[in-house]
Unconditional design. Structure first.
Length: 136
């Protein structure tokens, strides 16, 4: 019970902070992307610069070792994928490519695709993806 409550709190906080960061980034605040990346590092309890410089398979290993990987993988995958979108908009194809590969590796390793329900409204609003989760 305590573990589930802890995970619910961690996920809720992550969703809130990433949502805020993505809104800022889409509005043109360059710090928004960095904040979204920082949240990924924080949820893994790693320095964000180190976590996000890892090769995709190494990042998956860190998600596995975090102890909460199964519970947060879909949220991490989503955040990395949208950060990749934002880097693409900026023309930073190198970082966009790395984030996309990291997102894909997490998604494939944990079997998570689509948009987590907690991000559906945000995704439709900021990225124009309605019903991206595939749910009716």
């Amino acid at each position: 019970m305590l573990h589930r409550d802890y995970l619910t709190e961690v996920v809720g906080e992550f969703v809130q902070e990433v949502s805020r960061a993505l809104r800022r980034a889409v509005a043109g605040d360059a710090d928004g992307v960095a904040e979204a990346e920082r949240q990924v590092g924080d949820i893994l309890e790693l320095d964000p610069k180190i976590a996000l410089s890892l090769a995709p398979d190494s990042l998956v290993t860190m998600v596995l070792l975090s102890g909460v990987g199964d519970s947060v993988a879909s949220y991490i995958r989503y955040a990395l994928d949208r950060v990749a979108d934002l880097y693409e908009r900026e023309g930073n194809t190198d970082l966009a490519g790395l984030r996309r590969l990291q997102a894909r590796a997490v998604g494939e390793s944990f079997g998570c695709e689509g948009v987590p329900a907690e991000f559906e409204e945000l995704d439709a609003e900021l990225f124009g993806r309605e019903r991206a989760s595939g749910r009716p």
